[in-house]
Design a protein around this ligand. Structure first.
Ligand SMILES: Cc1cc2nc3c(=O)[nH]c(=O)nc-3n(C[C@H](O)[C@H](O)[C@H](O)COP(=O)(O)OP(=O)(O)OC[C@H]3O[C@@H](n4cnc5c(N)ncnc54)[C@H](O)[C@@H]3O)c2cc1C
Ligand SMILES: NC(=O)c1ccc[n+]([C@@H]2O[C@H](COP(=O)([O-])OP(=O)(O)OC[C@H]3O[C@@H](n4cnc5c(N)ncnc54)[C@H](O)[C@@H]3O)[C@@H](O)[C@H]2O)c1
Length: 454
């Protein structure tokens, strides 16, 4: 059966809610096609469930530190069923909310099935032929399965599989020391698992500056996580009591469970892009212009699948950019600063360029660093690990990038996003009065320590 709509959204990633919020009141008919769980990665197996786990793990960690703060709780035992129940309740409410909204809106028709293009204005999903004038692809990414010997013969998990695991792993081996590996490694360690992270590169999170990555590593190691850098996993095998990972240095690591967090790949070839005239880049991301328009003029690609971001907020912003183009506004991909946080504890907030990027780009870079151990509020909270690093362009007095690894780093970084977006010069920012005692109040003072990067 063939049906024609004004708008078609393929995949219910994080851009979809924002698109619907504007398209519904504009009038017109909208088809939404989803093959998996409504709401995509973020709410079902990404940000929402992992950050509920981060919260449970932190609560347990702080309880263990009770004596430092003047109270005793006795031994901390983890009720993993209760931890999972809390996670599932929060993630299900987010997914159900989007589904109910679509079902209760007359102009929206939800198709459950995996869609593939059959032409620039036509998608096949199961028995349904869905046609549309304007199409938005919001199909996200999927976990990368590295080509390890034996990978198809062992019960490895990706991050979604780990979240579905009902028992707490005795020894979780994590293949990949990126964002997923660091966050979930700390979570499961704090919940009671032994954790080993295997990282091919010589640094965790290789895109980050080495001083930040090394401090994150130290924080993880101080909690008992084994980090093996410069070790590539090349094979896996199953035994009675778990999984053995063979490494390129001839050694082996044995654990009860294996999490593979070795990167993600775009859901682009899976939608038959050629039929629509959608071109991909070398890594398989859908090529888009500054307004998320693909090489097929009537089709937009939003979210992780376009390779312009890999976060919920960049996916949401992509939707805002397209809506601006369609209904008036001036947002564009090139106008946004990259911003994200790593939700370890303490978290790392990052905006703009890293130091190595700023130097490579040829800026006249000034750098200031202040350890959390020299910030009163961090000391009062007993959270002195980490540091703040600010990068400034000596020629313009504008901030090039900020990294806050410390208490509240995930929140403080938003202040720097606003400063960078508004192009507030540092000499003006230095005059702002901020609340005492907070970690963020020290940020203008950090600028007093600016020195040229040699
Ligand atoms: C473990 C983990 C933790 C994360 N934590 C964070 C975090 O803390 N903060 C943050 O900003 N980001 C985080 N992310 C990333 C974040 O989840 C994504 O960037 C975000 O969900 C945006 O994705 P998206 O909109 O591109 O699509 P997605 O959310 O990936 O959704 C795509 C949807 O399209 C569907 N789909 C795919 N192909 C088809 C098809 N052919 N037909 C029909 N449907 C299809 C999929 O089933 C899926 O539902 C995390 C990711 C993971 C895996
Ligand atoms: N806080 C957040 O915003 C957040 C949190 C988690 C995930 N995410 C998103 O999820 C995406 C994927 O994260 P990820 O951690 O899977 O990928 P990643 O690309 O960040 O890290 C994967 C790591 O695995 C290593 N690796 C690959 N093959 C290996 C092998 N055979 N042996 C040993 N190491 C190997 C690589 O060296 C790499 O550093 C990120 O791009 C991010 O956008 C975001």
């Amino acid at each position: 059966m063939s049906q024609t709509f004004d708008y078609v959204i393929l995949g219910t990633g994080q851009a979809t809610g924002t698109l619907l919020g504007r398209l519904i009141p504009e009038g017109g008919t909208i088809a939404v096609i989803e093959g998996g769980r409504i709401g995509g990665s973020c709410v079902n197996y990404g940000c929402t469930p992992t950050k509920t786990l981060v919260a449970s793990a932190r609560a347990a960690h702080m309880a263990r530190r009770g004596e430092e703060f003047g109270f005793k709780t006795g031994d901390i035992t983890i009720d993993f069923d209760r931890v999972r129940e809390r996670m599932n309740k929060i993630r299900n409410s987010s997914s159900n909310g989007l589904e109910n909204w679509m079902k209760n809106t007359d102009s929206v028709t939800l198709f459950k099935g995996w869609g593939k293009f059959t032409g620039p204005k036509s998608i096949q999903a199961g028995e349904h032929t869905i046609k549309g004038e304007t199409i938005f692809v919001n199909t996200g990414t999927r976990p990368f399965k590295p080509p390890l010997n034996g990978i198809d013969d062992v019960p490895w998990m990706d991050s979604a599989g780990l979240l579905d695991l009902k028992e707490l792993p005795e020894h979780l081996v994590i293949l990949g020391g990126g964002y997923i590996g660091c966050e979930l490694g700390q979570v499961y360690r704090r919940l009671g698992s032994r954790v080993t992270i295997l990282q091919r590169d010589n640094q965790l999170m290789p895109r980050e500056d080495s001083d930040l990555a090394e401090t994150v590593e130290e924080i993880l190691q101080n909690e008992g996580i084994e980090v093996k850098k410069g070790t590539e996993a090349i094979g896996v095998s199953e035994s009675d009591d778990g999984i053995t990972v063979s490494l390129n240095n001839g050694k082996e690591v044995h654990g009860s469970h294996l999490l593979v967090a070795a990167g993600r790949r775009p859901n682009s070839t899976t939608i038959n892009p050629d039929a629509a005239g959608i071109m991909l880049d070398k890594k398989g991301f859908i090529k888009v212009d500054d307004h998320c328009r693909t090489t097929a003029g009537n089709i937009f690609a939003v979210g992780d699948v376009n390779g312009e971001g890999a976060f919920t907020h960049t996916s949401v912003n992509d939707a805002e950019i397209v809506l601006d183009l369609l209904f008036c506004g001036d947002r564009a991909i090139s106008k946004r600063n990259m911003i994200y946080s790593l939700f370890t504890d303490p978290p790392l907030g990052r905006v703009g360029m890293t130091e190595k990027e700023a130097v490579a780009a040829g800026y006249n870079v000034l750098r200031a660093i202040r350890p959390m151990s020299k910030i009163s509020r961090a000391k009062e909270m007993g959270e002195t690990q980490g540091f703040a690093k600010l990068l400034v362009d000596a020629d313009t007095d504008l901030i090039l990038g900020a990294s806050i690894l410390g208490p509240g780093g995930d929140e403080i970084i938003n202040m720097f996003a606003a400063i960078m977006h508004s192009e507030i010069p540092c000499r003006e920012y230095r005059k702002v009065v901020l609340v005492h005692p907070t970690v963020s109040e020290l940020m203008p003072w950090v600028l007093d320590g600016l020195e040229p990067v040699s």
